[in-house]
Every structure is written in structure tokens, then in C-alpha cells.
Design a binder for this molecule. Structure first.
Ligand SMILES: Nc1ncnc2c1ncn2[C@@H]1O[C@H](COP(=O)(O)OP(=O)(O)OP(=O)(O)O)[C@@H](O)[C@H]1O
Ligand SMILES: N[C@@H](CCO)C(=O)O
Length: 328
């Protein structure tokens, strides 16, 4: 786990607590992400052009905490102070010594939940960025501390880092906390996703991983992950070899057999298919429109008789990352 706090300064309890004024409005939009990309388990992630957008307005004490959700999660997510983004914003502010009288949150959610497209990392990053924008300048964190705080909430940095930076992110953890570098993905890279109707929680998928793996598998993944950086930034022709994984995908097959079957059949056609994040979405890293169309056609044919609905689309690389409008 990271060690640096979300915001600098002494613990909240040793400070005088203050309440944020009503009427501050902030809008944050954060993209979807695909983590792992084959061999880069818990470390590599790519931002994709599909965004959740959240607007908050601070309210007077006694006016309460309200969430209005449209799109993904509408009708399921809490519409009061139990909403994940509200509880996280409040916790982040409390660490800096600030309380909220009340909050109105409006969320337009486009990223499907529990599908391997980083929805929870996007929500955590959104909450940390909202808290930052509500704080006075002198209480705000550095970009590194924002990455660390959101990664700590998520438990790993591979989705949070590209959600914040856009592009391709390589992340790691050192004693000072979570860290990341952003790389520019190759201009020819065209990600194609196949999103099934049935979700799979990250918690369930992580529960299927073995505590230990053979040394040969670890060594193979290290080599492929290194090659993958070259493939994603410089030479997409190596992507099929570079996306081979031996650490997580097959272990998770019992929870998403159709996704693994689809990965295998796409790879047999020479297409660089992987499980997106903890699944069950399948991501194909194609280069150029012709290969992307071939991948889409293959997926439609392969899933035609599935009992699930599969949504197939190109999701271009998001090169911008998180955007924040407004502050106190
Ligand atoms: N925008 C959101 N607002 C509130 N809660 C959210 C939001 N997005 C995700 N969540 C919570 O996170 C859960 C999904 O997280 P989970 O880690 O299982 O999947 P994921 O993040 O979509 O996929 P992955 O981590 O594999 O990319 C949802 O069921 C919901 O509880
Ligand atoms: N690296 C994570 C991504 C999902 O949060 C996993 O595969 O469990």
C-alpha cells in the first residue's frame, strides 16, 4: 500500500476543523481504462475514449447529501450520502481538516461496472480530484499524491494512473507510495472491445489467482511486458507476441469461460486479444482500421450464439486523461 497521505499536513484531529462554504461547483470527467494488457498485471494500463462526468455543488449544513445518477449504475447506486464518490470526497476532505455541510452530486456514467474497464478506479480518481478542487490552494496535494491517494483507495495503480494521465501508463509502488510514468501510445493503435452483459467483480476475479507461480511463468511475463512497451509505443507488429500472459488470465477462466474462449479464437487469427482488467471484457489491440474491422467481424461471428449480449466497438485511445473544471 502507498504511504503518502492524500493531502499534506498534520492529521485532521490535531487541526481546527473548518466547513467548506456552500455554492462551490466543480465538474470532473475521467476516462475508462483497460489494465494488465496481457502480461502487465497490476502495472500497465491504457486510457480509452469513454468518460464518466460528475458535477458537484457544495450545500449548506442541513441541506443533506444527494446523488443523481444517469447511465451506468442508475437505479442501483445509492442516491444519498452512501454514494461511493460522496463518501470518498468527504473522507479526503476530512484528512485535510475540512468538513462539508452538504453536497449535490450529478453523475453521467458511461463506463459499465464490473466489466474490466476501470469503473471503480475512475470513480476513486474522480472523488480525489473533486476533493482537491474544493480545497483551498494551500491544502491541495501534488499530482504524485493524487495518484497515490486514488491508487490506495483502489488497491492498485494500473487503472488509476492512465485514468489520470491519459495514454499508456506504467505504474509501480515504492516506499514513498504509488508512482507512474505516462507514455504516448503508437498513432496506429486501435483498441477494440467486446463487453459482455454479465459483470464479474474484481474481488471475485482476484480471488481466483494463485499465491505462487512457477519461476518460468514469471520470467516469461517479464519478457513479454518489456516487449509490450515497445509494441504499444513503437512497433505494433509485435503486439501478438507481446500480449501473451501466464500470470492471471487462464487462472480466471472458470469465472469467464466465454471471454477466454474469445481471446483464444482471436489470437488464433493473429489478433492481439487479452482480457481487459479483471474481465470479463475482451480487448483487442489492433493496428489500423482494417485490422480493427477484422477483429469486430470475428467477435460478432464468435459470439453470435452466446446467451449473453456482447457490445462490440472501437474505443480509441484517450490521450488527455482526467479533466477538472471549476474550483473554490
Ligand atoms: N461511477 C461509479 N459510482 C459509484 N460506484 C461505482 C462507480 N463505478 C464503479 N463503482 C463501484 O465499483 C464496482 C465495480 O468495481 P470493480 O472493481 O468490480 O469493476 P471495474 O472497476 O468495473 O473493473 P476492473 O477493475 O476490472 O477494470 C461497482 O459495482 C460499484 O460498486
Ligand atoms: N490488475 C487488476 C485490474 C482490475 O482492477 C486485476 O487484474 O485484478
Amino acid at each position: 500500500m502507498g504511504t503518502s497521505p492524500a493531502v499534506p499536513g498534520p492529521p485532521a484531529e490535531s487541526r481546527r476543523r473548518r466547513t467548506l462554504p456552500a455554492g462551490i461547483e466543480v465538474t470532473v470527467s475521467v476516462p475508462a481504462t483497460s489494465a494488465n494488457l496481457g502480461p502487465g498485471f497490476d502495472t500497465m494500463g491504457l486510457a480509452l475514449e469513454l468518460r464518466d462526468e460528475v458535477t458537484v455543488r457544495t450545500l449548506e449544513a442541513g441541506e443533506g447529501f444527494h446523488a443523481e445518477v444517469t447511465g451506468e449504475g442508475a437505479g442501483h447506486l445509492p442516491t444519498d450520502g452512501r454514494h461511493l464518490i460522496i463518501t470518498t470526497v468527504r473522507a479526503q476532505l476530512a484528512r485535510a481538516g475540512w468538513d462539508l455541510g452538504g453536497l449535490q452530486l450529478t453523475a453521467h456514467n458511461r463506463i459499465p461496472h464490473g466489466r474490466g474497464l476501470g469503473s471503480s478506479a475512475t470513480a476513486h480518481a474522480t472523488a480525489v480530484l473533486i476533493a482537491q478542487a474544493l480545497l483551498p490552494l494551500e491544502d491541495r496535494s501534488t499530482e504524485e499524491q493524487v495518484l497515490d491517494a486514488a491508487s490506495e483507495l483502489e488497491g492498485h495503480p494500473d487503472n488509476v494512473a492512465p485514468a489520470l494521465s491519459g495514454g499508456l501508463a506504467l505504474s509501480w509502488q515504492d516506499p514513498a507510495g504509488y508512482r507512474s510514468v505516462r507514455l504516448e501510445p503508437h498513432a496506429q493503435l486501435v483498441p477494440v472491445v467486446a463487453v459482455p452483459s454479465e459483470p464479474l467483480s474484481t474481488e471475485t476475479a482476484r480471488g481466483l489467482l494463485p499465491a505462487q507461480v512457477p519461476h518460468a511463468d514469471a520470467a516469461a511475463n517479464a519478457g513479454r511486458a518489456a516487449l509490450l512497451v515497445h509494441g504499444l509505443t513503437t512497433d505494433p507488429s509485435v503486439l501478438l507476441a507481446a500480449t501473451e500472459d501466464r500470470l492471471h488470465q487462464e487462472h480466471r477462466a472458470p469465472a469467464m469461460p466465454e471471454s477466454l474462449a474469445l481471446v483464444h479464437s482471436l489470437r488464433a487469427e493473429g489478433l492481439a486479444a487479452v482480457v481487459s482488467g479483471a474481465g470479463p471484457t475482451v480487448l483487442v489491440l489492433t493496428s489500423g482500421a482494417e485490422q480493427a474491422e477484422r477483429a469486430e467481424r470475428h467477435i460478432r461471428e464468435a459470439t453470435a450464439s452466446s446467451e449473453q449480449q456482447w457490445r462490440v466497438s472501437v474505443l480509441p485511445v484517450d490521450r488527455t486523461g482526467a479533466k477538472v473544471k471549476g474550483h473554490r
